[in-house]
Structure formats: C-alpha cells, structure tokens
Ligand binder design. Structure first.
Ligand code: 5GP
Ligand code: MN
Length: 314
C-alpha cells in the first residue's frame, strides 16, 4: 500500500485507534498524523482518540488529538489503527461513514474490516507497520519519536518475543534521528507515579495463584480505585509484573468497570495462547497478550477463564 497514493485528492482525512489507547496506538496515530499533515498540506487531517495518558504528551501532535468526537462524520479517507473498527469507540461512526476505509493493524484477531487492509499479525507493533509505510525521505525526528514510542511499548522495550531482527533494524534507524531515547523509555514505560506503585503493590499483595501456581489473578474493584484516585491508565504494567512471577504461565489482571463488569488483561508465556482464551469472551489481542470485557461476579469470570486456560496447560 502507498499511503500518499491512497490519500490522493482527499480533502478530509481522519485517524483513530482503539479505546483506552496504549503507547502503540498513540504512537501510530500521531506518527501517521504528522506524516500526512507534512506530505499533504492541502488536506485537513484530524486525529481522534480517547484521552491518552499524559506520559505521551511530549509527542508532536498530542495537543491536536480530538477527544470530544463532536465533528460530523464526512471523511474522504479514515484510518483505523491498531484495532478492529468495533474498538474505535466514538470514532466508529467516522470509519463507518468514510468514503475510503483503511485498516492498519497487527492483531491476530483482526481479519480486516476496511476497503484496504494492511494487517500483519507477525509484526510486533502497528508502529512498525507505519514505519514500513512511511517514505524514508519523509521520515523526520518527530515522526521517528512517535514510531519508536509505539515499538518500545508493544515489545516491552525489545524484550517480548515479538521483537525481530527487523524491529531492531527499524529501531536503530529511528534512534539515528538523535532523540533522547533513554529518557523516553524511562518516562513513558518504566516510571510510575507514587499511587501507581501503591496500586501495583496492592494488586501483588492480593493476588491469588491457582492451577498449581501456574496461573495468577488479581483484581482491583471500583471502591479501591476511588480510594487511591486511580483510573485504567494507572494499571499499565501490573499484568506484566504478575506474569514475571516465577512458575506463572498465565497472569490475569482485572479491574471493575461497572457493577458485575470487568476489564480483563491476560499475559502468558509460550504455554498458553491467551488470544484463544479471550476469543470465547468476545475479546482479542495476541498470543501472549490479550484482553476482553467480562460480565458476572469476579469468581464467575475467573472460573470461566480458568476452564479455557486449564485446557491448554495440560
Ligand atoms: P491489554 O491487556 O494491555 O489491555 O491488551 C493486550 C492486547 O489485547 C492489546 O493488543 C489490546 O489491543 C488487546 N485487547 C485488550 N482488550 C481487548 C478487547 O476487549 N478486545 C479486543 N479485540 N482486543 C483487546
Ligand atoms: Mn499494538
């Protein structure tokens, strides 16, 4: 796919990504936003996202993100990044009504819902796909920073098995633009606020192991969230911390979104395909990192997940 050709003649272009946007989603949206604004000065380019975490506020274009979704849906081209359109939240109406719909994603659970689909499940991040699509001579420092941010977030700073030689080659090229990548990694990936560390500590302390210690679950209810004054952004990294525990093959982190409703995050090693586990509950993601929303009591949710995890553990 040639991005600029696909957008040729378009007067209005929109970009969006999934609800509760993570580093890859924000990086992909803002790098594409910068690229199209730079290369297509005659087009009006808009980027819509649920308000991302403040840690991403240094990315160029962050202040241009529209989180009000007030605009009328009349785009010539609309991009859905890092997700299927049903996860676009309030931006789904823009995608549905667009004259040309383009879907760029790396989720194994996405079979492609656009007029044009650029979906590569083996690639570690949507930002890597944006890197592939951006013409090399148009890449600049600010675009490089946004793409790099997405890559480090979805690969766990090049630790996860979705890191390939290509990922590292792309990252090597990106840091050649000369930005402060150690600070970017520290401030967007590792650094936590005091309450974020407290809530992570609470989640660790109250975690419960089951299936002979091979599975671990922790839950944070609404009351506790209110007590600490935290929201979903503050839970980033907790499920990975649970998965890091010795002997654990599959980690589950849940937080209450409504009465009898939980957002569930799963992480695993090579023993469990968590994308398969969540597929029974309308979720999606990757083999080793996936999520879904579940209804019912905490125990019902865990029992239901446990059945599908156990099946794979034997
Ligand atoms: P996380 O656990 O960090 O929220 O998400 C892990 C992976 O699963 C991400 O790639 C994310 O996009 C995907 N994911 C999380 N929750 C859902 C969900 O409810 N539906 C779908 N389709 N994918 C999800
Ligand atoms: Mn991603």
């Amino acid at each position: 796919m040639n991005l600029l050709k696909e957008c040729e003649g378009a007067k209005s272009i929109g970009i969006s990504g999934h609800i509760r946007p993570d580093g890859d989603c924000v990086g992909a949206c803002l790098s594409l936003y910068q690229y199209l604004t730079k290369c297509l000065p005659d087009a009006e380019v808009k980027v819509f996202l649920e308000k991302p975490a403040d840690i991403f506020s240094e990315l160029k274009g962050f202040d241009k993100i529209d989180s009000s979704f007030q605009q009328e849906p009349d785009f010539d081209v609309f991009f859905a990044l890092d997700c299927t359109p049903d996860r676009l939240g309030d931006a789904e109406k823009y995608f549905a009504a667009a004259k040309k719909k383009i879907n760029i994603d790396h989720h194994v659970t996405n079979s492609g819902c656009g007029d044009i689909n650029y979906i590569f499940p083996k690639v570690g991040s949507t930002c890597e796909l944006i890197y592939d699509l951006v013409e090399a001579d148009k890449l600049d420092r600010d675009i490089a920073v946004a793409i790099y941010t997405g890559i480090i977030h979805d690969t766990g700073v090049f630790q996860y098995s979705n890191t390939t030689p290509d990922t590292l080659k792309k990252a090597a090229h990106l840091i050649s633009f000369g930005f402060d990548f150690p600070r970017l990694i520290e401030e967007t990936f590792y650094q936590k606020t005091y309450v974020q560390s407290q809530i992570a500590g609470r989640a660790m302390m109250e975690s419960v192991r089951f299936l002979d210690g091979r599975c671990i679950v922790s839950v944070i209810d609404k009351k506790t969230m209110d007590f600490y004054g935290v929201d979903s952004h503050d839970f980033e990294g907790i499920v990975n911390q649970l998965r890091n525990i010795k002997g654990v093959d599959c980690a589950i982190f849940m937080y209450e979104t409504n009465t009898l409703e939980y957002k569930v995050s799963l992480r695993s090693n090579e023993k469990v395909d968590v994308a398969k586990v969540v597929s029974y509950f309308g979720g999606g993601g990757h083999m080793r990192a996936a999520g879904c929303t579940m209804k019912g009591t905490f125990h019902d949710c865990v029992n239901n997940l446990s059945l599908h995890i156990e099946e794979q553990l034997c």
